[in-house]
Design a protein around this ligand. Structure first.
Ligand SMILES: Nc1nc2c(c(=O)[nH]1)N[C@H]1C(S)=C(S)[C@@H](COP(=O)(O)OP(=O)(O)OC[C@H]3O[C@@H](n4cnc5c(=O)[nH]c(N)nc54)[C@H](O)[C@@H]3O)O[C@H]1N2
Ligand SMILES: Nc1nc2c(c(=O)[nH]1)N[C@H]1C(S)=C(S)[C@@H](COP(=O)(O)OP(=O)(O)OC[C@H]3O[C@@H](n4cnc5c(=O)[nH]c(N)nc54)[C@H](O)[C@@H]3O)O[C@H]1N2
Ligand code: SF4
Ligand SMILES: [Mo]
Length: 705
């Protein structure tokens, strides 16, 4: 931060980084006060940086508004007789210790759960994992990234031996002759990356998009496959079959760099193209066209995002897209690769350093004796003190409901809006004996809390975040904290102290924590050992793995081999899956969910930004006009959308761009517009991802009762 005295007033320049999506665009927020006592005005200037190349989207331009809003929580707040009352930090910590100790005495150490988020810095995410295992000694910790990256992450680990969002740099995109965009809406979700796609197109690349609706992204595609929601694995089988039949398999690559080809070949031969086309809802000719375009191109990249992944078969669906990459040998070389388009600002780093139920820092596994011993050594504890693995985010909510988890510590998430089957989740959270939420705004979940701890925003909290490419970036603190606000990591250290484990949580600042994280990740899959704050300041960003301080960081993965025991990637036979919930007479339409450009996740932040909120003031349902007329729904009228689990009320929006059997509702609103009140809580059997992208619904006009 710098203060510049101008002739007319005072100017404050804050160098920072957008807190929202995984691109992590750098920017400057400039505050000007024309004269003493007058209201400040703000402007935002993008800063040059490698991922966004100096671009910002509308969310970044307005991200200062929620951080500087008068609605910030500035003091610890305790709920007394149903009302929040300001208390001191000392009282807040004493209250937590009392409650946690009582519950642990009565119900055991695992009666307290911890729930984190992918917006936290690497330092806070790392410390949250350590706090749960060392200070609370609970096995129950998981985070919102379970709903975001778990399908792609688990598929990457299984198939490649490593999970890094992009296997190469963004700059490879424009070297690709064919780009396959499956269930990703980059135009609205990572808007500053769009020029990578348009530049590739200008150079002649063929773009294929797979999405049940037309979006800003599908609009620039040469071929749009309007898949039936949940049927991506099947569609990919069709493309694989064409590759095989047309001799487009890179046999040399398959023989030398993969396992599992003969089983996959037999499996694909047994499938029927006509059946695939009917199941996927995409004409056979278009499936062929897509496969030929990708298969014949000399270079190409495949991207998947939540459209493919947030499914009850998300893990397998991603593996089938990885089959496409491997069969054609399009990986580990320029203009080739795979990208799981990561979501949250630190969605990548947040999944590497131990806030996941089964993980320790550096992508180590909590059930692996060597990993336990190594991390316990770094932490200065006996490995036997470390608990085992817990359960996934939604399964924690089930345990909350069953009152096996009696207290929850939430940091950086709004689970009541973001979990599937939200009515059930809300019911459960209300049963808790004690709910603590660390947030800077009064989220829907914070409103239910017994105690709210005021956390700092991105403008105040310095630390590292890892962007979608696997590039670690340093975000410096840009302003002092307001009121009595504390950084997440400070809260965790002080609370660990109150719980009697202070000696294991002694850090001066975020850099100190990062230095411990470096050691804890050393030799692990996500090795950060060679990355230092000093290097990050000089080099702008460094890719992991970076095992030594002299190592440049690995930009492109898998050039020579895959980090699996025999160095080979794994091809997998994937059955034609149907989503777990099917349509019926009572619930005849598919509902799919997702995002709009102006809002971010559960909307807690963007709904408090006046510029963003004004663009989309309420939720809506996108529906084909033909379908709408069938159900007597008028454009712009309020409609009721109901599933087996509940109902919501949103504005009807006609769109001939969506499949006639499908409606779409965004996820950014709470209460009666919270789409998760109706989504299905069935989970993927491998990664425990909920099927956010398909459930069966009924739609009807809103009738006031
Ligand atoms: N504006 C904005 N940007 C964001 C976010 C935000 O909330 N708002 N959130 C960030 C986060 S955390 C994430 S995870 C990412 C999400 O980024 P994306 O995954 O790109 O976003 P979504 O809108 O959830 O889903 C992408 C597309 O999948 C399509 N889709 C739905 N069902 C299916 C299906 O069955 N198959 C296929 N192939 N496609 C389907 C939807 O129509 C949608 O266009 O965005 C990040 N960026
Ligand atoms: N139906 C449906 N549901 C979905 C999805 C979908 O596509 N469809 N997508 C899923 C996905 S991909 C995701 S990532 C989840 C997101 O789900 P959530 O994590 O619940 O969503 P957010 O709105 O990011 O909530 C973050 C909360 O933490 C606060 N916060 C932000 N930064 C910090 C910080 O640094 N420290 C602290 N202490 N607090 C902070 C914010 O103010 C906000 O209240 O939702 C999932 N839910
Ligand atoms: S939301 Fe994403 S693309 Fe937009 S400015 Fe922020 S980091 Fe960049
Ligand atoms: Mo996400």
């Amino acid at each position: 931060m710098s203060l510049i005295a101008e002739p007319k007033g005072v100017k404050r320049v804050m160098d920072t980084q957008c807190p929202f999506c995984s691109v992590q665009c750098k920017m400057q927020v400039i505050e000007e006060v024309a004269a003493a006592g007058s209201v400040p005005s703000y402007s935002v200037v993008p800063k040059p940086n490698q991922a966004s190349e100096g671009r910002l989207c509308i969310k970044g331009m307005n991200a200062y508004q929620h951080a500087l809003t008068a609605e910030r929580i500035l003091h610890p707040m305790m709920k007394i007789d149903g009302k929040f009352v300001q208390v001191t930090w000392a009282d807040a910590y004493a209250h937590i210790v009392r409650n946690f100790h009582n519950l642990r005495d009565q119900y055991g150490q695992h009666s307290v759960g911890v729930y984190g988020g992918g917006s936290l810095t690497n330092e806070s995410a790392y410390l949250l994992g350590k706090f749960a295992r060392v200070a609370l000694q609970t096995k129950y910790i998981d985070y919102n990234g379970r709903f975001c990256m778990s399908a792609a992450a688990s598929a990457g680990v299984k198939v490649f031996g490593i999970d890094r969002g992009l296997t190469n740099q963004l700059s490879d995109i424009e070297m690709a002759e064919c780009l396959l965009l499956a269930g990703t809406n980059i135009a609205e979700c990572q808007p500053t990356l769009m020029p990578y796609l348009t530049r590739a197109k200008e150079k002649g690349a063929f773009l294929i998009a797979i999405d049940p609706r037309e979006t800003g992204t599908t609009r620039i595609a040469d071929l749009h496959l309007r898949v039936k929601p949940g049927m991506d694995a099947t569609l990919a089988n069709g493309m694989l079959k064409v590759l095989l039949e047309e001799g487009l398999v890179d046999q040399h690559f398959v023989d030398h760099r993969t396992n599992g080809f003969s089983e996959l070949k037999t499996h694909l031969e047994s499938l029927d193209m006509k059946e695939i086309s009917e199941l996927a809802g995409v004409p056979e000719t278009l499936i062929r066209q897509a496969a030929l375009a990708y298969g014949r191109a000399a270079t190409g990249m495949v991207f998947t995002a939540r459209g493919v992944e947030q499914q009850t078969d998300g893990h397998m669906a991603v593996r089938n897209f990885l089959n496409l990459v491997l069969l054609t040998g399009k990986i580990g070389k320029p203009g080739c690769g795979y990208g799981a388009v990561t979501g949250q600002g630190n969605g990548q780093g947040g999944r590497e350093h131990g806030q996941k139920a089964d993980q320790l820092p550096g992508y180590r596994l909590i059930e692996n004796p060597e990993d336990r011993a190594y991390v316990a050594g770094v932490w200065g504890i006996d490995p036997n003190e470390l608990p085992g693995k817990g359960v996934s985010a939604y399964e924690m909510m089930e345990l909350v409901h069953q009152q096996e988890i009696r207290a929850l510590f939430v940091m950086g998430s709004n689970p009541i809006v973001s979990n599937p089957n939200a009515n059930f989740v809300e019911e459960g959270l209300k049963k808790l004996d004690f709910l603590v939420v660390a947030d800077f705004l009064l989220s829907e979940t914070a409103q239910l809390a017994d105690l709210i701890l005021p956390a700092s925003t991105y403008l105040e909290n310095g630390g590292t975040l890892t962007n979608l490419e696997g590039r670690v970036l340093l975000r410096e603190s840009a302003q002092p904290v307001p009121g009595e606000v504390k950084h997440d990591w400070q809260i965790l250290c002080e609370l660990a102290g109150s719980l009697g484990r202070g000696s294991l949580f002694q850090y001066q600042d975020a850099e100190d924590i990062f230095d411990e994280l470096r050691l804890a990740s050393r030799g692990g899959v996500a090795d950060y050992y060679g990355i230092t704050y000093e290097r990050l300041r000089q080099e702008e960003g460094i890719y992991w793995p970076c095992p030594e301080p002299q190592h440049p960081g690995q930009r492109r993965l898998f050039e020579a081999s895959f980090p699996l025991p025999d160095g080979k990637a794994l091809l997998t036979s994937v059955a034609n899956h149907l989503p777990q919930e099917r349509i019926s007479d009572a619930f005849p339409l598919y509902l799919t969910t997702g995002r709009v450009l102006t809002h971010y996740l559960t909307g807690v932040q963007t709904r408090r930004s006046h510029s963003l909120a004004a663009r989309d003031v309420e939720s809506f349902m996108e529906i084909h006009p033909k379908t709408a007329r069938k159900y007597r729904l008028e454009d712009a009228a309020l409609v009721k959308v109901a599933s087996k689990r509940g109902e919501i009320y949103v504005r009807c929006r006609y769109s001939s761009d969506i499949r006639e059997d499908t409606v779409f509702v965004p996820m950014h609103w709470g209460n009666t517009q919270n789409v998760n009140k109706i989504t299905n809580d069935a989970l993927d059997p491998t990664c425990r991802m909920p099927g956010f992208k398909v459930c069966a619904v009924h739609v009807s006009p809103f009738v006031a009762e």
